[in-house]
Design a binder for this molecule. Structure first.
Ligand SMILES: [Zn+2]
Length: 157
């Protein structure tokens, strides 16, 4: 899915990467004549690319960025206390990932845009991708909570 570039960095080998709004890094090498990205070579060029969209395959694979940290979690919900908003399509904010943790029972997790529907249970965690509409539905008695993740260096919301 398309994600805007929010910054730049380097990978372990010193190759330039673009950081996308989802938190995923993506290589933006300049290797003429094969890959031509002269803009990546200087600060001004990189800045001109902020906000440009790149396709992020890792979001479509539900990959929580490695360095993200948990910063908040919900109360534990049951089939009777689950907020109605969670059972309708909703999404997290830009850059906010989450894990749906089932403590007991089963929960259906649907992500229509990514064509995914799965049964969550203890040990089978649902990964919530930033800004992607999703919903849950208790499958009988269930206890679960949601834990939110973000980039480590951000101030509390
Ligand atoms: Zn991504």
């Amino acid at each position: 899915m398309e994600r805007p570039i929010t910054g730049f960095g380097m990978d372990g080998e010193g190759d330039p990467v673009a950081i996308l709004s989802c938190g995923h890094p993506q290589h933006v090498r300049h290797q003429p004549p094969f890959i031509n990205r002269p803009w990546v070579m200087d600060e001004q060029g990189r800045r001109s690319m902020l906000g440009k969209m790149l396709d992020c395959v890792r979001c479509e694979k539900f990959e929580l960025p490695d360095d993200f940290v948990a910063y908040k979690r919900t109360a534990e919900f049951t089939e009777t206390s689950v907020p109605a908003a969670l059972t309708r399509d909703h999404s997290t904010k830009t850059g906010v990932w989450a894990k749906i943790n089932v403590v007991e029972g089963r929960l259906c997790y649907r992500v229509p845009i990514l064509g995914t529907q799965m049964d969550l249970s203890p040990g089978i965690i649902g990964i919530v991708v930033p800004e992607v509409l999703h919903s849950v539905e208790p499958l009988g008695p269930v206890r679960f909570f949601v834990e939110f993740y973000r980039m480590p260096d951000q101030a509390p919301a």
